[in-house]
Design a binder for this molecule. Structure first.
Ligand SMILES: Cc1ncc(C[n+]2csc(CCOP(=O)(O)OP(=O)(O)O)c2C)c(N)n1
Ligand code: SF4
Ligand SMILES: [Mg+2]
Length: 344
Protein backbone atom coordinates (compact mmCIF):
# COMPACT_ATOMS: atom_id res chain seq x y z
CA UNK A 1 0.00 0.00 0.00
CA UNK A 2 1.40 3.43 -0.88
CA UNK A 3 0.83 6.52 1.25
CA UNK A 4 0.16 10.11 0.28
CA UNK A 5 -1.51 13.34 1.18
CA UNK A 6 -5.27 13.60 1.23
CA UNK A 7 -7.00 15.75 -1.36
CA UNK A 8 -7.68 19.30 -0.10
CA UNK A 9 -11.30 19.65 0.98
CA UNK A 10 -13.96 21.04 -1.37
CA UNK A 11 -17.68 20.88 -0.90
CA UNK A 12 -20.17 19.81 0.12
CA UNK A 13 -21.61 20.81 -3.25
CA UNK A 14 -25.31 21.51 -3.38
CA UNK A 15 -27.15 19.96 -6.32
CA UNK A 16 -30.58 18.65 -7.05
CA UNK A 17 -31.68 15.38 -8.59
CA UNK A 18 -33.27 15.53 -12.01
CA UNK A 19 -31.38 18.59 -13.26
CA UNK A 20 -29.46 18.63 -16.50
CA UNK A 21 -26.32 20.53 -15.38
CA UNK A 22 -26.03 20.52 -11.69
CA UNK A 23 -22.39 21.40 -10.97
CA UNK A 24 -21.98 24.98 -9.78
CA UNK A 25 -20.52 27.20 -12.49
CA UNK A 26 -17.35 28.00 -10.55
CA UNK A 27 -16.21 24.44 -11.25
CA UNK A 28 -14.53 24.08 -14.59
CA UNK A 29 -12.06 21.52 -15.84
CA UNK A 30 -9.16 23.96 -16.04
CA UNK A 31 -9.65 25.14 -12.48
CA UNK A 32 -9.92 21.59 -11.20
CA UNK A 33 -6.74 20.61 -13.06
CA UNK A 34 -4.91 23.58 -11.54
CA UNK A 35 -6.15 23.22 -7.99
CA UNK A 36 -6.68 19.50 -7.33
CA UNK A 37 -3.92 17.03 -6.60
CA UNK A 38 -3.66 14.26 -9.21
CA UNK A 39 -4.15 10.81 -7.70
CA UNK A 40 -2.34 9.09 -10.58
CA UNK A 41 1.14 10.39 -11.29
CA UNK A 42 3.06 10.37 -14.60
CA UNK A 43 5.14 7.32 -15.40
CA UNK A 44 2.41 4.69 -15.44
CA UNK A 45 2.31 2.27 -18.37
CA UNK A 46 -1.33 2.51 -19.46
CA UNK A 47 -1.47 2.73 -23.28
CA UNK A 48 -1.39 6.17 -24.90
CA UNK A 49 -4.99 7.35 -25.26
CA UNK A 50 -6.36 4.87 -22.71
CA UNK A 51 -9.84 5.85 -21.54
CA UNK A 52 -9.24 4.38 -18.08
CA UNK A 53 -6.43 6.88 -17.40
CA UNK A 54 -8.84 9.77 -18.09
CA UNK A 55 -11.52 8.20 -15.92
CA UNK A 56 -9.12 7.84 -12.97
CA UNK A 57 -7.88 11.40 -13.38
CA UNK A 58 -11.43 12.76 -13.32
CA UNK A 59 -12.44 10.60 -10.36
CA UNK A 60 -9.39 11.93 -8.51
CA UNK A 61 -10.60 15.52 -8.92
CA UNK A 62 -13.85 14.64 -7.18
CA UNK A 63 -12.41 13.05 -4.01
CA UNK A 64 -13.42 14.89 -0.87
CA UNK A 65 -10.70 13.91 1.61
CA UNK A 66 -8.61 10.93 2.77
CA UNK A 67 -9.41 8.04 0.44
CA UNK A 68 -8.24 4.44 0.07
CA UNK A 69 -8.59 2.49 -3.18
CA UNK A 70 -8.80 -1.31 -3.36
CA UNK A 71 -8.00 -2.21 -6.97
CA UNK A 72 -8.72 -5.59 -8.53
CA UNK A 73 -6.20 -6.91 -11.00
CA UNK A 74 -6.68 -5.69 -14.56
CA UNK A 75 -5.17 -3.04 -16.84
CA UNK A 76 -5.26 -0.21 -14.30
CA UNK A 77 -3.62 -2.25 -11.58
CA UNK A 78 -1.01 -3.92 -13.76
CA UNK A 79 0.04 -0.76 -15.59
CA UNK A 80 0.25 1.57 -12.58
CA UNK A 81 2.30 -0.52 -10.17
CA UNK A 82 5.17 -2.16 -11.99
CA UNK A 83 7.39 -3.36 -9.14
CA UNK A 84 9.06 -1.58 -7.39
CA UNK A 85 7.25 1.59 -8.52
CA UNK A 86 3.75 2.97 -8.08
CA UNK A 87 1.95 5.84 -9.80
CA UNK A 88 -0.61 6.19 -7.01
CA UNK A 89 -0.42 9.32 -4.90
CA UNK A 90 -3.06 8.12 -2.42
CA UNK A 91 -3.31 4.92 -0.34
CA UNK A 92 -3.96 2.07 -2.76
CA UNK A 93 -3.99 -1.69 -2.36
CA UNK A 94 -3.77 -4.36 -5.02
CA UNK A 95 -6.18 -7.21 -4.44
CA UNK A 96 -6.96 -10.36 -6.39
CA UNK A 97 -9.15 -10.41 -9.48
CA UNK A 98 -12.29 -11.50 -7.64
CA UNK A 99 -12.26 -9.72 -4.29
CA UNK A 100 -12.02 -5.92 -4.64
CA UNK A 101 -15.39 -5.49 -2.92
CA UNK A 102 -14.50 -7.91 -0.11
CA UNK A 103 -11.20 -6.14 0.62
CA UNK A 104 -12.89 -2.72 0.45
CA UNK A 105 -15.55 -4.02 2.89
CA UNK A 106 -12.81 -5.03 5.34
CA UNK A 107 -11.08 -1.66 5.05
CA UNK A 108 -14.35 0.17 5.66
CA UNK A 109 -15.16 -2.02 8.68
CA UNK A 110 -11.69 -1.39 10.14
CA UNK A 111 -11.99 2.39 9.76
CA UNK A 112 -15.45 2.25 11.32
CA UNK A 113 -14.05 0.39 14.32
CA UNK A 114 -11.23 2.95 14.67
CA UNK A 115 -13.77 5.77 14.43
CA UNK A 116 -16.02 4.22 17.09
CA UNK A 117 -12.99 3.77 19.35
CA UNK A 118 -12.03 7.43 18.82
CA UNK A 119 -8.77 6.39 17.20
CA UNK A 120 -9.29 7.73 13.67
CA UNK A 121 -7.10 10.82 13.07
CA UNK A 122 -9.53 12.04 10.35
CA UNK A 123 -13.21 12.98 10.46
CA UNK A 124 -13.81 10.37 7.77
CA UNK A 125 -11.97 8.08 5.35
CA UNK A 126 -13.61 7.23 2.02
CA UNK A 127 -13.15 3.75 0.57
CA UNK A 128 -13.34 3.00 -3.16
CA UNK A 129 -13.31 -0.43 -4.77
CA UNK A 130 -12.06 -0.21 -8.35
CA UNK A 131 -12.39 -3.02 -10.88
CA UNK A 132 -12.81 -3.72 -14.58
CA UNK A 133 -15.70 -5.46 -16.28
CA UNK A 134 -14.11 -8.92 -15.98
CA UNK A 135 -13.55 -8.23 -12.28
CA UNK A 136 -17.13 -7.03 -11.83
CA UNK A 137 -19.67 -8.63 -14.20
CA UNK A 138 -18.05 -12.05 -13.96
CA UNK A 139 -15.50 -12.99 -11.35
CA UNK A 140 -16.12 -10.25 -8.73
CA UNK A 141 -19.92 -10.23 -8.68
CA UNK A 142 -20.17 -12.48 -5.60
CA UNK A 143 -17.97 -10.19 -3.50
CA UNK A 144 -19.76 -7.12 -4.88
CA UNK A 145 -23.20 -8.53 -4.08
CA UNK A 146 -22.05 -9.40 -0.55
CA UNK A 147 -20.67 -5.91 -0.01
CA UNK A 148 -24.01 -4.43 -1.09
CA UNK A 149 -26.06 -6.81 1.03
CA UNK A 150 -23.97 -6.17 4.15
CA UNK A 151 -24.34 -2.41 3.63
CA UNK A 152 -20.69 -1.34 3.61
CA UNK A 153 -20.19 2.34 2.95
CA UNK A 154 -17.98 1.84 -0.10
CA UNK A 155 -18.10 3.43 -3.55
CA UNK A 156 -17.59 0.63 -6.07
CA UNK A 157 -16.30 1.98 -9.40
CA UNK A 158 -16.59 -0.29 -12.42
CA UNK A 159 -14.40 0.95 -15.28
CA UNK A 160 -15.99 -0.91 -18.14
CA UNK A 161 -13.81 -1.39 -21.22
CA UNK A 162 -16.06 -4.28 -22.23
CA UNK A 163 -13.53 -7.13 -22.30
CA UNK A 164 -10.65 -8.69 -20.39
CA UNK A 165 -8.14 -6.30 -21.94
CA UNK A 166 -5.11 -6.93 -19.77
CA UNK A 167 -4.95 -10.58 -20.78
CA UNK A 168 -5.60 -10.14 -24.49
CA UNK A 169 -9.16 -8.91 -25.23
CA UNK A 170 -11.29 -11.89 -24.12
CA UNK A 171 -15.08 -11.41 -23.97
CA UNK A 172 -16.74 -10.75 -20.61
CA UNK A 173 -20.32 -10.41 -19.39
CA UNK A 174 -19.90 -6.71 -20.17
CA UNK A 175 -18.91 -7.18 -23.81
CA UNK A 176 -21.74 -5.94 -26.04
CA UNK A 177 -23.56 -8.09 -28.55
CA UNK A 178 -21.81 -8.44 -31.94
CA UNK A 179 -18.48 -7.07 -30.67
CA UNK A 180 -15.34 -8.80 -31.87
CA UNK A 181 -13.02 -10.13 -29.17
CA UNK A 182 -10.37 -12.84 -29.33
CA UNK A 183 -12.83 -15.31 -27.76
CA UNK A 184 -15.85 -14.07 -29.72
CA UNK A 185 -14.29 -14.05 -33.19
CA UNK A 186 -16.04 -12.86 -36.32
CA UNK A 187 -16.56 -15.41 -39.09
CA UNK A 188 -19.10 -16.62 -41.58
CA UNK A 189 -21.16 -18.30 -38.83
CA UNK A 190 -20.55 -16.23 -35.68
CA UNK A 191 -20.86 -12.39 -35.89
CA UNK A 192 -18.79 -11.65 -32.76
CA UNK A 193 -20.34 -12.03 -29.32
CA UNK A 194 -23.83 -13.46 -29.58
CA UNK A 195 -25.14 -12.43 -26.14
CA UNK A 196 -26.06 -8.88 -25.04
CA UNK A 197 -24.34 -7.01 -22.22
CA UNK A 198 -25.40 -7.96 -18.69
CA UNK A 199 -27.41 -5.09 -17.09
CA UNK A 200 -24.97 -4.75 -14.22
CA UNK A 201 -26.10 -1.32 -12.97
CA UNK A 202 -29.74 -2.47 -12.85
CA UNK A 203 -28.58 -5.57 -10.97
CA UNK A 204 -27.04 -3.25 -8.39
CA UNK A 205 -30.27 -1.21 -8.24
CA UNK A 206 -32.05 -4.49 -7.42
CA UNK A 207 -29.81 -4.75 -4.33
CA UNK A 208 -31.66 -1.67 -3.01
CA UNK A 209 -28.45 0.21 -2.20
CA UNK A 210 -28.63 4.01 -1.72
CA UNK A 211 -26.99 5.11 -4.96
CA UNK A 212 -26.26 3.72 -8.44
CA UNK A 213 -25.18 5.72 -11.50
CA UNK A 214 -23.64 5.52 -14.97
CA UNK A 215 -21.01 7.91 -16.33
CA UNK A 216 -18.39 8.47 -19.03
CA UNK A 217 -15.16 10.44 -19.35
CA UNK A 218 -16.80 12.66 -22.00
CA UNK A 219 -19.30 14.05 -19.48
CA UNK A 220 -16.82 15.11 -16.84
CA UNK A 221 -19.10 17.35 -14.73
CA UNK A 222 -21.68 14.57 -14.59
CA UNK A 223 -18.96 12.10 -13.57
CA UNK A 224 -17.61 14.50 -10.93
CA UNK A 225 -21.03 14.95 -9.38
CA UNK A 226 -21.76 11.23 -9.37
CA UNK A 227 -18.46 10.38 -7.66
CA UNK A 228 -19.39 12.93 -4.98
CA UNK A 229 -22.89 11.52 -4.60
CA UNK A 230 -21.48 8.00 -4.35
CA UNK A 231 -19.01 9.02 -1.65
CA UNK A 232 -21.68 10.94 0.26
CA UNK A 233 -24.20 8.08 0.10
CA UNK A 234 -25.19 6.59 3.40
CA UNK A 235 -24.18 3.04 2.41
CA UNK A 236 -22.94 1.17 -0.66
CA UNK A 237 -22.81 3.03 -3.96
CA UNK A 238 -22.08 1.73 -7.45
CA UNK A 239 -20.71 3.80 -10.33
CA UNK A 240 -20.60 2.25 -13.80
CA UNK A 241 -18.16 4.20 -16.00
CA UNK A 242 -17.80 3.36 -19.69
CA UNK A 243 -14.04 3.35 -20.29
CA UNK A 244 -12.80 3.18 -23.87
CA UNK A 245 -9.85 0.96 -24.83
CA UNK A 246 -8.14 1.66 -28.15
CA UNK A 247 -6.44 -1.76 -28.16
CA UNK A 248 -9.62 -3.75 -27.68
CA UNK A 249 -12.14 -1.49 -29.38
CA UNK A 250 -9.73 -0.96 -32.26
CA UNK A 251 -10.17 2.80 -32.47
CA UNK A 252 -7.75 5.66 -33.09
CA UNK A 253 -5.70 6.80 -30.08
CA UNK A 254 -7.18 10.29 -30.05
CA UNK A 255 -10.90 9.41 -29.93
CA UNK A 256 -11.20 8.07 -26.36
CA UNK A 257 -13.45 10.96 -25.33
CA UNK A 258 -15.32 11.20 -28.65
CA UNK A 259 -16.27 7.52 -28.64
CA UNK A 260 -17.63 7.91 -25.10
CA UNK A 261 -19.63 10.97 -26.21
CA UNK A 262 -21.13 9.03 -29.10
CA UNK A 263 -22.03 6.12 -26.79
CA UNK A 264 -24.34 8.55 -24.98
CA UNK A 265 -25.54 10.43 -28.10
CA UNK A 266 -26.73 7.14 -29.64
CA UNK A 267 -28.32 6.00 -26.34
CA UNK A 268 -26.06 2.95 -26.40
CA UNK A 269 -24.88 4.00 -22.93
CA UNK A 270 -27.41 6.36 -21.30
CA UNK A 271 -26.44 8.55 -18.37
CA UNK A 272 -28.60 8.09 -15.30
CA UNK A 273 -28.56 7.93 -11.55
CA UNK A 274 -30.73 6.05 -9.12
CA UNK A 275 -31.64 7.24 -5.66
CA UNK A 276 -33.16 4.68 -3.32
CA UNK A 277 -36.74 5.60 -2.51
CA UNK A 278 -37.06 7.94 -5.51
CA UNK A 279 -36.04 5.99 -8.61
CA UNK A 280 -34.11 6.56 -11.83
CA UNK A 281 -33.17 10.05 -13.04
CA UNK A 282 -31.71 10.74 -16.47
CA UNK A 283 -28.76 13.14 -16.36
CA UNK A 284 -26.73 15.42 -18.61
CA UNK A 285 -26.93 14.60 -22.35
CA UNK A 286 -29.36 11.72 -21.85
CA UNK A 287 -31.86 14.06 -20.21
CA UNK A 288 -31.45 16.48 -23.14
CA UNK A 289 -32.14 13.63 -25.59
CA UNK A 290 -35.22 12.55 -23.62
CA UNK A 291 -36.56 16.11 -23.88
CA UNK A 292 -35.62 16.45 -27.55
CA UNK A 293 -35.56 13.01 -29.26
CA UNK A 294 -34.20 14.59 -32.48
CA UNK A 295 -30.81 14.71 -30.73
CA UNK A 296 -30.61 10.92 -30.64
CA UNK A 297 -28.03 9.64 -33.14
CA UNK A 298 -28.23 6.33 -35.05
CA UNK A 299 -26.10 3.53 -33.60
CA UNK A 300 -23.78 3.62 -36.66
CA UNK A 301 -22.31 6.85 -35.29
CA UNK A 302 -20.97 4.90 -32.34
CA UNK A 303 -19.96 1.78 -34.26
CA UNK A 304 -18.15 3.54 -37.10
CA UNK A 305 -15.25 4.67 -34.88
CA UNK A 306 -14.47 1.11 -33.79
CA UNK A 307 -12.99 -1.74 -35.79
CA UNK A 308 -14.46 -4.29 -33.34
CA UNK A 309 -17.84 -3.58 -34.99
CA UNK A 310 -16.56 -3.27 -38.57
CA UNK A 311 -18.38 -6.44 -39.72
CA UNK A 312 -21.74 -5.03 -38.57
CA UNK A 313 -21.42 -2.06 -40.92
CA UNK A 314 -20.91 -4.20 -44.04
CA UNK A 315 -23.90 -4.14 -46.45
CA UNK A 316 -24.45 -7.90 -46.02
CA UNK A 317 -24.88 -7.40 -42.24
CA UNK A 318 -27.77 -4.93 -42.58
CA UNK A 319 -30.08 -7.29 -40.70
CA UNK A 320 -27.71 -7.43 -37.70
CA UNK A 321 -27.36 -3.64 -37.69
CA UNK A 322 -31.15 -3.28 -37.68
CA UNK A 323 -31.44 -5.77 -34.82
CA UNK A 324 -28.79 -3.88 -32.85
CA UNK A 325 -30.60 -0.57 -33.39
CA UNK A 326 -33.87 -2.14 -32.25
CA UNK A 327 -32.18 -3.55 -29.16
CA UNK A 328 -30.66 -0.16 -28.22
CA UNK A 329 -34.02 1.56 -28.83
CA UNK A 330 -35.89 -0.94 -26.66
CA UNK A 331 -33.46 -0.57 -23.73
CA UNK A 332 -33.61 3.24 -24.05
CA UNK A 333 -37.43 3.20 -24.13
CA UNK A 334 -37.47 0.98 -21.05
CA UNK A 335 -35.28 3.53 -19.25
CA UNK A 336 -37.52 6.42 -20.40
CA UNK A 337 -40.52 4.57 -18.97
CA UNK A 338 -38.78 4.22 -15.61
CA UNK A 339 -37.05 7.60 -15.31
CA UNK A 340 -38.75 10.00 -12.88
CA UNK A 341 -37.68 13.07 -14.88
CA UNK A 342 -38.32 11.80 -18.44
CA UNK A 343 -41.11 13.69 -20.24
CA UNK A 344 -44.21 11.46 -20.24
C1 LIG B 1 -8.55 -15.78 -10.54
C2 LIG B 1 -7.84 -15.13 -11.70
N1 LIG B 1 -8.15 -15.52 -12.95
C3 LIG B 1 -7.54 -14.95 -13.99
C4 LIG B 1 -6.59 -13.98 -13.78
C5 LIG B 1 -5.87 -13.38 -14.97
N2 LIG B 1 -6.31 -12.02 -15.23
C6 LIG B 1 -5.67 -10.95 -14.73
S1 LIG B 1 -6.30 -9.49 -15.24
C7 LIG B 1 -7.44 -10.30 -16.19
C8 LIG B 1 -8.39 -9.51 -17.06
C9 LIG B 1 -9.04 -8.38 -16.34
O1 LIG B 1 -10.14 -7.93 -17.07
P1 LIG B 1 -10.97 -6.70 -16.57
O2 LIG B 1 -11.42 -6.91 -15.17
O3 LIG B 1 -12.03 -6.44 -17.56
O4 LIG B 1 -9.89 -5.51 -16.55
P2 LIG B 1 -9.08 -4.92 -17.81
O5 LIG B 1 -7.84 -5.71 -17.95
O6 LIG B 1 -9.96 -5.00 -19.00
O7 LIG B 1 -8.79 -3.51 -17.42
C10 LIG B 1 -7.33 -11.69 -16.08
C11 LIG B 1 -8.15 -12.67 -16.78
C12 LIG B 1 -6.29 -13.61 -12.45
N3 LIG B 1 -5.42 -12.64 -12.17
N4 LIG B 1 -6.93 -14.21 -11.42
S1 SF4 C 1 -5.25 -2.33 -23.26
FE1 SF4 C 1 -6.91 -0.82 -23.30
S2 SF4 C 1 -7.61 -0.54 -21.15
FE2 SF4 C 1 -5.58 -1.55 -21.14
S3 SF4 C 1 -4.10 0.13 -20.92
FE3 SF4 C 1 -4.33 -0.27 -23.14
S4 SF4 C 1 -5.95 1.12 -23.86
FE4 SF4 C 1 -6.06 1.03 -21.59
MG1 LIG D 1 -12.06 -4.97 -19.02
Amino acid sequence: MSSGNPQPEIGPIEYEYGKEHSLPLEFNLRKLAETRKPILLPGHRLCAGCGAAIVIKLIGYALRGPTVIANATGCIEVATTIFPYTSWAIPWIHVAFENAAAVASGIEAAYKAFQEAGRLPYKNVDVIALAGDGGTYDIGIQALSGMAERGHKVLYVLYDNEAYMNTGIQRSGGTPIYAWTTTSPVGSIIPGKTQPKKPIADIMVAHRIPYVATATAAHWADLFRKVRRGLEANGPAFLHVLSSCNRGWRHALEVAVEVSRRAVDTCYFPLWEYKLGEGYYLTDRSLQIARNPKLKQPIEKYLELQERFRHILRPEAAKLLKQLQEYVDAVWQDLLNRAVNAPK
